[in-house]
Design a protein around this ligand. Structure first.
Ligand code: AMP
Length: 142
């Protein structure tokens, strides 16, 4: 199964923020949308970075509460692993495990077109394996 199919089911909404958004404002976005990461984009099209709850926790430990007034640009990861909607889910699962990140923005023709989380990937893999098992069971029982 390809990522495009995952997106067609769960939707293509992506929560983004400007590089100048403060970490305090970012926490509001994470809480409001019930998500773990936000894509940083100046124009809502290009991926400038990604900032996850893990970045905030690490910086809070290093810098204390003063980090809440810092901009997300200071705490984000700028070298973002993005992928195309045509990528196979199993391939992306391997990259996420290897890279130790739980979110991957989807980019097509240079523009942000969606995001997948490790939760989306695991759900899709479980569904695919269950379908394969049912198919094999039906074949054996024929
Ligand atoms: P996460 O597991 O997504 O909460 O992110 C863990 C760490 O990896 C954080 O430092 C994130 O900024 C970073 N990160 C998250 N997603 C990506 C990605 N797609 N590419 C590169 N780094 C990422």
């Amino acid at each position: 199964m390809r990522i495009r199919e995952v997106i067609s089911r769960k939707g293509d909404a992506v929560v983004t923020c400007q590089p100048g958004t403060t970490v305090g404002e970012l926490l509001g976005l994470l809480a409001e949308h019930g998500i773990g990461a936000v894509v940083v984009s100046g124009d809502g099209r290009a991926v400038d970075g990604i900032v996850s709850e893990r970045d905030v926790v690490r910086r809070l430990h290093e810098r204390g509460a003063a980090v809440l007034t810092a901009s997300v640009q200071e705490v984000m990861t700028a070298a973002v692993h993005t992928t195309s909607p045509d990528t196979e889910v199993a391939e992306l699962a391997g990259a996420m495990t290897e890279g130790r990140f739980r979110h991957v923005p989807l980019v097509e023709d240079g523009a942000l077109v969606g995001i997948v989380s490790i939760g989306d990937v695991v759900r899709s893999r479980i569904e695919a394996l269950a379908a394969e098992r049912d198919h094999l069971q039906a074949y054996i029982q024929q």
